[in-house]
Design a protein around this ligand. Sequence first.
Ligand SMILES: [Fe+2]
Length: 316
Amino acid sequence: MRQPAPVDRRLLGISTGRPPVLSELSGSNSRCGAADPPVACPTCPPGWHPPIQGPKTVATAIISDIHGNAVALRAVLADIDAKGVERIICLGDIIGYGPEPLAAADLVAERCEWSLMGNHDFGVLYEPTNFNPGAEAAAYWTRDRFDEEPDEALRTKRYEFLGSLKVRVVDQGMAEGRSVLAVHGSPRRPINEYIFPDDVINATDKMRNLFSMVDDFAIVGHTHVPGVFTDEPDFYPPSEIGSNSTYKFLADEKAIINVGSVGQPRDYDPRASYAIMYPDRVEFHRVDYDIEATAKQIRDEPELTDWLAERLLEGR
Ligand SMILES: [Fe+2]
């Protein structure tokens, strides 16, 4: 059977050699160069990219780290729909690791108002640098799934979607009178830096530095561990923040909120994780899904290591 020609990613402004630096990823105007400028571009003067003014008092569902687990994503989207929440945003790592990257990317493109670029989206689109062998193999396998799409227009559309993912967004409509900085990793290294719960004990200087870059709230993913960091600093998993896993915002308090992972939770709770942000609070939610179905899809694919299936069953 004739293999479809891969998309020439250079036509999309994507280098197949050296991965881009942040300034090449974000924003296209006379100053920083891409088609869809993110807000608060790290390379441009303040105010050049206006913050997003999200719809006020509207609940926003925040999903992250789907990792090609479309079974989990469909379950989470159904849960969001059942709660009547219409606005959905995504903090990245849509693909990588999981067995249905195309379905995951298509669903996020269709359902989310905007989405960020995670390190695995970056790794598939550019190069998977500093990945462990299993993650690197999964990234190349995922890229092959995008490349083998026979419909050229669809293939290009998907690559353009990956190329349009934002590095950071400031949303001023999500929480009452407070700004919300959205990044996949951390405020100072939006795509790659982890903020671990242990950092509140072992890396207090790092936490202080990160909070100095947050005006009010930040929302993050990347570690796959949900919870709330406060600037004491401290970390509160959803089980420790009060009834119904709801964190009420206090006046003048800063918080960095990790919404956990839809497709590969790592807090020893294998259910899919996401959050809903209201003007005065954030609610953490867990959703049962057919984990064994995704695990079987992974085991049936020789290029995806079985470990990726095992960790789903254990939530780690
Ligand atoms: Fe991730």
